[in-house]
Write a protein that binds this ligand. Sequence first.
Ligand SMILES: [Zn+2]
Length: 325
Amino acid sequence: MNVRRRTGAGARRLIPAAALAAVTALGAGTLTACSDSAAAVNTAKFDVVASFYPMQFLAEQIGGRHVHVTTLTSPGQEPHDLEISPQQIAALEEADAVLYLKNLQPSVDDAVAQSPVRTRIEAGSFTTLEHHGTEVGGHAAAHDTHEDEESAGKDPHIWLDPERYAQVAEGVGRAFEKADPAHAADYRKNTAKLVGKLDALDSAFRQGLARTRTKVFITTHAAFGYLAERYGLTEEAVSGLDPESEPSAARVRDLERTAEADGVSTVFYETLVSDRTARTLAHDTGLRTDVLDPIEGITGESRGRDYFAVQQANLKALRKALGAK
Ligand SMILES: [Zn+2]
């Protein structure tokens, strides 16, 4: 579906009453007949419902053969806009655990809060969150409508920083061990392996970005704040945390000045959202465009088949744009 819904600040998203009624009418017994893949829970394995790709990847890597993972956000769907379906709400109730990231998908936050699911694993609770790009608002501002004052408005894009993602992996590993103690030894082993790979990725970024002509990069979607901070870079977002909002004329002039002063070569855009803004800006400023993937989903368009492959592609794109030596 290409129709994207904008929700202004102050509008609280609720699960439609019709959706809840449909779930009640379905009853648990009919769920196995449902063709929605997200409803295929309640298997003999440890059933985990993951909210979107970075959570799915953690569940699969850590859970290995002991878990059955379903994902609420289909590949290619921009996750921020997900509207959870009645089948998915029903699947949540049947799951052994839900693994999600608060403040990214309001519809998921609401569904999890209202669900009787046994084990709730919230990825953001295992690492530190910060405010990024608050001066321009965007979807983090829209998330201020949630009652959780602590995390409201903070940047949810923690998985793009390998070190934070490793902290989340360790937390998820512990949660799996607790919820499914029969396979604790395997979860521990798988977590250690994943964390090792994330440490290696962190080293690759650190070394690959240590010496560059410039430290500044421009993106359309302000998803790379944690990554930038980790490696001493500066992310200039065209229009804030919202991947689709149009930049003002003043913001474009601002970016033109930044591009010139800091020797910026490239305007980055992402795969799941239109590149129109990036192309317009690049045209106006004489810059190149390239993809920097926020890894919110993996599709045929992605420059790699999993998190690690796409992060390596991101590193390559950054090295080129920043003039790595
Ligand atoms: Zn995002």
